[in-house]
Design a protein around this ligand. Structure first.
Ligand SMILES: Nc1ncnc2c1ncn2[C@@H]1O[C@H](COP(=O)(O)OP(=O)(O)O)[C@@H](O)[C@H]1O
Ligand SMILES: [Mg+2]
Length: 569
């Protein structure tokens, strides 16, 4: 930036130095007539003046180039740093933060707000220095010619700056509204496209069209308003410049008649005034840029100063073995106030399989979230290898957990990359990926696709069935061979036969590892070492399949009902 400031100064110095040659030229023309200088000699002299002006203009232009190369480049580099810093910070924040803030807002801060801050550190700073230097050099030159004329021609300029400030403020306000409306349209369109199947199935196309029309219409009206202000802007500027020029000629003319200044001075002044107009007007624009940047920076800081509530220990730890224990765990979701778990206690020894069975909303997924430490418990504690999980570094903990969440998320990438997502690129091996796919009983499906493992899935790729997605998610969880595996209802969309196959494969994979299987289906859980039945966040029964059947309680009832369902099918 310091270099940039230097270049701004040099560039303006040369730009201003060139102007007196206009005066020299015009005054020389007068003397040519008066003193009868020969045509040849006068051509020669004019050429020299012209070359001087060209030379200064070239020099000024060259430093102008360097100025942009330093200051604007600096602002882009800062933008780059700021974006990366924010993205890295986003990654540190906990899930509760993501519940509180919507995606659009987070994306806006990283793109729009950063963009506005960049407008300040780049163009705004550049124009401030540019105007200051130009003003300094030009005013010195002008005053050396005539103070009175200088004062008169400068009168319209502050007026210009203030009005530009108001106009740019109005333009900014209006364009913010336009921007908001545009993102409204984007959201609407995006939802209409991604939900197109529901939309068509319910025959709501015409409603979707009218909704879109409404949104477009309000966007159109807003842009019309913006254009009105924008179209006034330029004529207004030209008018004010014209006024300044008029002043110069009128007052300068009177001074010239009195013999105080020459015709050349008038010409010189017209150039000065025209040169000064835009930089001074830009002060108004720059002020509104700075205000916007300040507001944006405040918003950015709000996020950058948010600290994750879940704090990782930095203490070194031994490798996790996989004993899990819940001691009187109670958990209330901070945003909804829903008590999802109350007083839950159980132990899951290393190498064993525990199943959690319960109806929707009974708190099963919450339990899995707590083991991954996506949230911290309110009371009670979760111990892993006898140690409170709050004392285990989060990275160490999560690297030893293979988690297949209830809601499957696939990235717009190849199947290979989706499965190998949990392991680092350098240690990915083809056979481990294939083995994971086989264990998750998805291998045959993958091989039937045209591009096989290179098939792109996710939003723009081929659409997988719910069960296929779940199996890819399982492959992703088991490929890293973690000590603890959590399968959250991830066989719900898989038919019972495939489920059998996967479960028997998993038995091999899970040998010696601790696993937690969450389901609402008896068939999924019946072979587990231990089964916990939960309801409304509380444990109602525990035992093996056999024990629970003999108990003839809630599990037994559920079993009976699901057997009936099977028969009906
Ligand atoms: N992120 C969340 N924020 C607030 N409440 C939640 C959240 N996730 C789940 N809940 C609530 O907690 C309860 C337990 O949910 P969950 O653990 O997902 O049940 P399950 O997995 O057994 O269907 C439900 O009443 C649900 O509405
Ligand atoms: Mg769930």
């Amino acid at each position: 930036m310091l270099l940039g400031v230097l270049f701004v100064g040099i560039s303006n110095y040369f730009a201003v130095t060139a102007v007196p040659y206009i005066r020299l030229t015009i005054d020389y023309l007068k003397t040519v007539k008066e003193q009868g200088i020969s045509t040849e000699e006068s051509y020669h002299q004019l050429l020299i003046y012209g070359l001087y002006m060209l030379g200064y203009a070239l020099l000024s232009g060259f430093f102008l180039f360097l100025m942009r190369q330093t200051i604007i480049v600096m602002s882009r580099l800062i933008e780059y740093d700021l974006k990366n810093e924010m993205y890295a910070h986003y990654q540190k924040l906990d899930t509760a933060f993501y519940k509180r803030n919507n995606t659009g807002d987070m994306m806006n801060r990283i793109s729009e707000d950063v963009g506005r801050v960049r407008m300040y550190i780049g163009p705004a700073i550049m124009y401030i220095f540019n105007t200051s230097f130009l003003f300094m050099f030009t005013i010195t030159e002008m005053i050396s010619v005539d103070i009175k004329l200088t004062l008169f021609v400068l009168i319209p300029l502050p007026l210009l700056a203030v009005s530009i400030y108001y106009v740019s403020n109005t333009i900014n306000k209006k364009s913010t509204k336009v921007q908001e409306q545009l993102s409204g349209i984007t959201t609407h369109t995006q939802e209409a496209f991604s939900g197109i199947r529901v939309l068509k199935a319910f025959g709501r196309e015409s409603k979707s069209i009218t909704d879109f029309e409404k949104q477009s219409n309000s966007y159109k009206n807003l842009t019309m308003g913006l254009i009105k202000v924008e179209s006034l802007f330029q004529p207004f500027m030209i008018l004010l410049i014209g006024l300044s020029t008029l002043f110069t000629i009128y007052i300068g003319g009177m001074q010239a008649i009195e013999g105080k200044i020459t015709y050349g001075n008038i010409a010189e002044f017209i150039v000065y005034v025209n040169r000064l107009t835009w930089p001074i007007a830009s002060l108004g624009w720059v002020t509104s840029l700075i205000q916007r940047a300040a507001a944006s920076q405040t918003r950015i800081n709000e996020f950058l100063h948010t600290t994750p509530e879940i704090i990782s220990q930095t203490a070194p730890t031994e490798a996790i073995k996989g004993d899990i224990e819940f001691k009187n765990v109670t958990f209330v979701y901070p945003d909804s106030g829903i008590k999802a778990l109350s007083n839950v206690s159980f132990t899951l020894p290393k190498g064993k399989t525990l199943a959690i069975l319960g109806r929707t909303g009974s708190g099963k997924s919450t339990l899995a979230n707590l083991i991954c430490r996506l949230y911290d418990v309110d009371s009670g504690e979760i111990l892993i290898d006898g140690k409170n999980i709050k004392n285990i570094p989060i990275a160490a903990l999560r690297s030893q957990i293979g988690y297949a969440p209830q809601e499957v998320i696939l990235f717009s990438d190849t199947i290979t990359h989706n499965i190998a997502f949990s392991i680092d690129e350098e240690i990915q091996k083809e056979d481990t990926i294939i083995q994971a796919a086989k264990d998750a009983a998805i291998y045959a499906n993958i091989m039937s696709f045209k591009d096989q493992f290179e098939t792109i899935v996710g939003e723009r790729g081929i659409t997988l069935s719910g069960g296929q997605k779940q199996r890819i998610s399982i492959a992703r969880a088991i490929i890293k061979q973690p000590q603890i595996m959590i399968f959250d209802d991830c066989l719900s969309a898989v038919d019972t036969e495939t489920e059998e196959e996967i479960l028997s494969n998993l038995k091999k994979v899970m040998r010696g590892k601790t696993s937690l299987i969450i389901s609402h289906r008896i068939s999924t859980v019946k072979n587990s070492d231990n089964i916990i039945v939960i309801d409304k966040g509380e444990i109602v029964e525990t035992g093996s399949h056999q024990q629970l059947i003999e108990k003839q309680g809630a599990y037994f009832e559920l079993h009976k009902m699901q057997l009936l369902e099977e028969e009906v099918r």
